[in-house]
Design a protein around this ligand. Sequence first.
Ligand SMILES: CC(=O)N[C@H]1[C@@H](OP(=O)(O)OP(=O)(O)OC[C@H]2O[C@@H](n3ccc(=O)[nH]c3=O)[C@H](O)[C@@H]2O)O[C@H](CO)[C@@H](O)[C@@H]1O
Ligand SMILES: C=C(OP(=O)(O)O)C(=O)O
Length: 418
Amino acid sequence: MGEFVVRGRRRLTGTVRVNGAKNAALPIMAATVLASRPVLLHDVPDLRDIRVMSQVLQALGAEVERRGSDIFVDPRTINNYVVPAELMQEMRASIFLLGPLLARLGAAEATQPGGCAIGQRPIDLHLYALEQLGARICDEDGRTVLRADGLHGNEVHFPFPSVGATENVLMAAAMAEGETRIRNAAMEPEIVDLAQFLEKLGATVRGAGTPDIRVTGNPHLGATEHTIIGDRIEAATFILAVAATGGDIVVQNCMVDHLPGLWTRLKELGVMIEELDAETVRVVSEGVFKPCPVSIATAPYPGFATDLQPQFMSFLLQVPGVHLITERVFENRLGHTIELRRLGAQIVADQRVALIYGGHPLHGTVVTAPDLRAGAALVNAALIAEGETVIRGREVIERGYENLDYRLRSLGADIVAR
Ligand SMILES: CC(=O)N[C@H]1[C@@H](OP(=O)(O)OP(=O)(O)OC[C@H]2O[C@@H](n3ccc(=O)[nH]c3=O)[C@H](O)[C@@H]2O)O[C@H](CO)[C@@H](O)[C@@H]1O
Ligand SMILES: C=C(OP(=O)(O)O)C(=O)O
C-alpha cells in the first residue's frame, strides 16, 4: 500500500491546471459503445478508473488507445455483452455499460459494481429506468442479465435524481426508437457533458441540466471528438487546500459555474476569489479566520456536492466555531471523521451528521484513506497540521487525483509519494 508523506503549514502559491473530470469521462467512455465509428476524447485524466474502463471496453471487443491526454476508441469490433466480473468489482462506473450494451447489442450482463464504500449503492434505479425502455431483466447466479428486442422511448420518473441512473438511461435512450422523457433527472454538469457528447453522435437531447430531459433516439449514431469538462471536485479540492493553508493560487480549467455553493461560503469567510475568466480563478487566503459557525448539507446538484463534503470538513477545522455538516446523499460517508480525529480534530459524528469544533491545532500522525474524497480530505488536513503526517492508501486517493503530490509540490507544499 503506497502512502503520501506531508509536512504541513506551508503557504501555497502558483498556478495549477485542473484535469478533465473523471466522473464525466467515465460515462462518456461507456457511451462510445453507441458510436458506429471511432471516437477521440480529449483531456481524459490518467487515473486507475479510466484505465479500468479502457480494459472493460477492450474486453467487450473495442480497440482503445491512450495518446497523451487523449483516448481513442474504435467501437466497431464490439461483439461481447458480458462485463468481466473482476473489472466490475474494480469500480462503480462499470455499471454505465448496461445501457449502451443493451442499446447496441440487445443484451448486457454484469455483476454488482464495486466503488467507494460510502453507502449501500444499489442499482435498482438503473434497472427500473432500462426496464421502462423495454429491458427484460433477470438474476442468474448473482449476475444481472438484461435483454431487449429493440429499445423504445418511454417516460422514466426517478424517485431520487441518481446521477448514474440518469446517465445510463440517457445513453440507452440515445439509441432507442422514439422519445424518452426523464423526470426528476440529475442535473450535474457531468450529465450535461454526456448529453453534449450524445448530441454530437447524432441523438437529440433537450433539457440536460434540468430535471426534465427529453431524448429522441437515433439508431445510427455516428462518431465525434469531444473534450471532457474540467473536474469541479478536483478544482475545489485545490481551492479548499489554499483557503485553509493560506496562499495565493490561480486555478485554470476551473468551471466557475459548476461550484455554486462553494464560492458564497468561502467569500463569506473572507477568502478572496477572483474570476479571471470563465475558466480561471485566483484564490487568495490568509488561512486565518474570525469565529463563524458554518452549516452545510449535501444534496444533488445544484446543492452542496457530496464529493466535496470531506474536503470541506478539513477546511472547517481551520475556522473557529462550531460547524454542522449533514450528509444527505450517502448513508455512510463520514469515515474521514475518525481519521481526522487522529490528527487532533475535534469532531462528534454519527452516520450522517458531524459537529466540527474548528480552530484547534492539528498535529501530524499516521492516518488511512477510507475512500477517495475522504483521502483527499486527509491530505488537505495534513497540509495544515504541524509536523509530519503519513497518509496510507495512496492508491485510493489516486483513483481521483492524477499526480497529486507533484501538483501540490509545484504550489509549494511539502508532500512526497512513496
Ligand atoms: C462515477 C460517478 O459519477 N460517481 C458519482 C455519482 O455516483 P452514483 O451515480 O453512484 O450516485 P447516485 O446519484 O446514483 O447515488 C445517490 C444516492 O442514490 C442511491 N441510489 C443510486 C442508484 C440506485 O439505483 N439506487 C439508489 O438507491 C445511492 O445509494 C445514493 O445514496 O454521483 C454521486 C452523487 O453525486 C457522486 O458521489 C459520485 O462521485
Ligand atoms: C464516489 C466517487 O466515485 P465512484 O462513484 O466511482 O465511487 C467519487 O468520485 O467521489
